[in-house]
Design a protein around this ligand. Structure first.
Ligand SMILES: [Zn+2]
Ligand SMILES: [Zn+2]
Length: 430
């Protein structure tokens, strides 16, 4: 009955113009053939993953798709970024929908028929390349939403800005990239969106959408500690100043920052070591060693305290071992806390629930993951939400960034519906 009422109103008000509810019905009717394409795109992008700022093939595929839909397309933003603009048939707000395109230096072990066999040299190492964070799904979902919205643009109120972003996982050192660089290159000034929505797939319940108002994801800092010693034969350690021993001490002490040196009662923090590099041979004590890792925080004061603690630990280890220890922070950039506009999120939680047929939840706490979507949502109200992609009935599955991370294609329709519904509902309310 409700559908008929909306149809009736829309016919009375604007002849030929479909209301949001009618378009949702239409999407439901078009969904099966559309999802076939989305899944095909996802598999293709998955098989040929590309690292940050090198998403040449992916962005070409995106741009060609958007052009085929008659969408206005701008390419080459922040290296490989693509922005499309769908102009609706009726004036209204410009709504930004965002997907990230980059993959990770992870060697895939899923055994899928479309598993990546790509390899590259990353930080001097030969590694596999894999869409281990699921950005292949984000691209395919947004391509699918774009197809529906572009084909129905006469019935849209306002414009849809499609952002296909490079290098969410970070750009190669010295290049800059991602959301921050797209903004620096003026995409918000040119398209003037008033709101932005984005999603991330994750190893949680099949087809469930989740969101958290307020601070939703942590700020991500990085650190790099370089230890310089004196090289010697492995048989004569007394001739060396051993950077590896100093590094071992550093790693142990770094693990006391969160557990012993700062107060995390009100604000969680994480410090992890991700890389340890030293040496070339079993019987050489090298002259240099380096450790690199990530710091996750929610509070700027606590973050400053952590930086101070790490500097102090480094000074202590240098003093005790006779090495020279240099500490650098945020060499590859810094991501602020991802903040979901509270009013927006409370209002559009209902839209997410509708898109997922009630398979929806509000998270009870933020995650220590981080997102450079945060740069976008610092500029305009934003909402970033989660899509669970485990197989039906599976609660525990390998997580993002692991070589076994798998996406159940059957969960992606909730992603397409969420993006389209959010655009439609926001436009009708504003
Ligand atoms: Zn990731
Ligand atoms: Zn990601």
């Amino acid at each position: 009955m409700q559908i008929n009422k909306y149809l009736f109103i829309s016919i009375i008000l604007i002849p030929g113009f479909l209301a949001a509810e009618d378009l949702k019905e239409k999407l439901q009717a078009d969904l099966d053939p559309l999802m076939e394409k989305v899944i095909e795109w996802r598999h293709d992008i998955h098989e040929f993953p590309e690292l940050g700022n090198r998403e040449f093939r992916t962005s070409k595929k995106v741009a060609e798709h958007l052009e085929s839909l008659g969408v206005e397309v701008e390419t080459g933003i922040a290296y490989t970024g693509v922005v499309g603009l769908i102009r609706g048939g009726k004036p209204g707000p410009t709504i930004a929908l965002r997907a990230d395109m980059d993959a990770l230096p992870v060697t895939e072990q899923t055994g899928l028929p479309f598993a990546s066999k790509q390899r590259t040299t990353y930080l001097g190492q030969d590694v596999g390349v894999m869409h281990a964070c699921g950005h292949d799904a984000h691209v395919a979902i947004l391509m699918g939403a774009a197809e529906f919205l572009a084909k129905n643009k006469k019935n849209l109120k306002g414009n849809i800005m499609l952002i296909f972003q490079p290098a969410e996982e970070g750009a190669p050192e010295g290049e800059g990239g991602g959301a921050e660089l797209m903004l620096a290159e003026g995409i918000f000034d040119r398209y003037n969106p008033e709101v932005i929505f984005g999603l991330h797939v994750t190893n949680s319940r099949h087809g469930h959408l989740g969101v958290l108002p307020g601070p939703a994801m942590a700020a991500a800092s990085s650190y790099r500690i370089t230890v310089n010693g004196v090289q010697a034969h492995g048989s004569r350690p007394w001739d060396s100043i051993d950077p590896i021993m100093a590094t071992a001490q550093l790693i142990e002490s770094l693990n006391t920052v969160v557990s012993r040196r700062i107060n995390i009662i009100n604000n969680p923090a994480v410090i992890s070591v991700g890389m340890v590099q030293a040496g070339t041979r079993n019987n050489i004590i090298p002259d240099k060693s380096q450790i690199t890792g990530t710091i996750r925080t929610f509070d700027p004061d606590l973050r400053a305290e952590i930086y101070d603690e790490i500097r102090q630990i480094a000074r202590g280890v240098a003093e005790g071992t006779g090495t020279k220890v240099d500490v650098e922070f945020d060499v590859g950039g810094f991501y602020p806390v991802t903040f979901n506009n509270v009013e927006l999120t409370n209002k559009y939680a209902q839209t997410l629930s509708e898109a997922a047929d009630g398979k929806f939840f509000i998270l009870d706490k933020p995650t220590t993951g981080a997102e450079d979507f945060s740069f976008f949502s610092q500029q305009i109200p934003g909402m970033y939400f989660w899509l669970g992609v485990n197989e039906p009935g599976v609660d525990v599955a390998p997580g993002n960034h692991t070589p076994f991370f798998k996406i159940d294609d059957r969960a992606l329709d909730e992603g397409v519906k969420a993006m389209v519904y959010l655009a439609l509902d926001y436009a009708s309310n504003n």
